[in-house]
Ligand binder design. Structure first.
Ligand code: PAF
Length: 295
């Protein structure tokens, strides 16, 4: 009988889930799994898991034969005045949430493991990173592309699953996979929403009660735009004006963008058509939230 792929890999067991924290161990384990011909599915996360993540992890369980989830708050995708320090970190609680799903391994490295002294190589998807969040979070997608490529090289997945809430991120990763000939199927899954329409996000936890009330206006503004489009309006500046009215009624004025763009290329346009992306980023108090829908 051959050795089990888990043998000789250093890992700890927390809440009955195997946790690997060293790159070499994860790479060896993934190589062993691939040698057995098993399909590795992968969900990268920064922890602070919510139902949106769990829906990705459940789908990954269905699609693959060995399921890896990574939990790593990636410093290179946060700007200097963003919430890197206060980002929720609670591995125990995250592991509890995914316990029932049957995750085979959680990869949870520390920062020095991923970014040792002297690290200086980054990945950028030149055009797709420019609009939307790229204008307001310089360097963000460079950090995302870099960490995701690193994680792909460590976990060696066949399938990787991302949420469509970070729509631009998903498009960038799909493009990176194509451009760099990665043999990984990058799948996007729909946004999971609260009953009142608010898109689930780890950052919703920062909202006060009053801000949480206001935050519903983000999805309402997107819904208003889609409704008017379905009624035959297609002039983008008019549609955006209607969406902004909804936000302003809820006293949301700190809007990074509310835009309609081509759903594949993210290029700007003047007339909306089916399949276009309506995307928003706005601050509610100190919390920056994003959301999107397709027309
Ligand atoms: O979407 C996220 O949580 C992060 O951007 C990701 C993909 C895990 C990279 O750090």
């Amino acid at each position: 009988m051959g050795l089990s792929p888990l043998q000789s890999i250093h890992m700890t067991e927390k809440n009955s889930i195997k946790v690997v924290d060293k790159i070499k161990d994860m790479q060896t384990l993934s190589s062993n799994i691939r040698k057995e011909g098993r399909i590795i599915s992968f969900v990268p996360t920064m922890g602070a898991l919510h139902e949106g993540h769990l829906s990705l992890i459940r789908k990954a369980k269905e699609k693959g034969e060995f399921l890896v989830v990574s939990i790593f708050v990636n410093p290179t995708q946060f700007g200097p005045n963003e919430d890197y320090k206060k980002y929720t970190r609670d591995l125990e609680s995250d592991l509890r949430k995914i316990k029932e799903i049957g995750v085979d391994v959680v990869f949870s490295p520390d920062i020095n493991e991923i970014y040792p002294d002297g690290f200086e190589t980054y990945v950028e998807v030149q055009e797709l990173q420019k609009p939307l969040c790229g204008q307001f979070r310089p360097g963000h997608f460079k950090g995302v592309g870099t960490i995701v490529l690193k994680l792909f090289n460590i976990v060696k997945p066949d399938i990787a699953i991302f949420g469509e809430k970070d729509y631009q991120q998903l498009k960038i990763i799909q493009k990176m996979a194509r451009d760099l000939h990665l043999e990984i199927e990058v799948i996007g899954l729909p946004i999971i929403r609260e009953d009142d329409g608010l898109a689930l996000s780890s950052r919703n936890a920062y909202l006060s009660k009053k801000e949480r009330e206001q935050a519903r206006a983000l999805s309402e503004a997107l819904g208003e735009i889609r409704m008017r489009f379905n009624q035959g309006q297609n002039d983008i500046s008019d549609l955006i004006h209607e969406g902004r009215e909804v936000l302003n009624k809820s006293l949301i004025y700190d809007i990074d963008y509310l835009e309609i763009r081509n759903g594949n290329t993210l290029e700007g346009k003047e007339k909306a058509k089916s399949g276009d992306l309506v995307a928003i980023a706005a601050k509610i108090g100190h919390t920056r939230l994003i959301d999107n829908i397709k027309l």
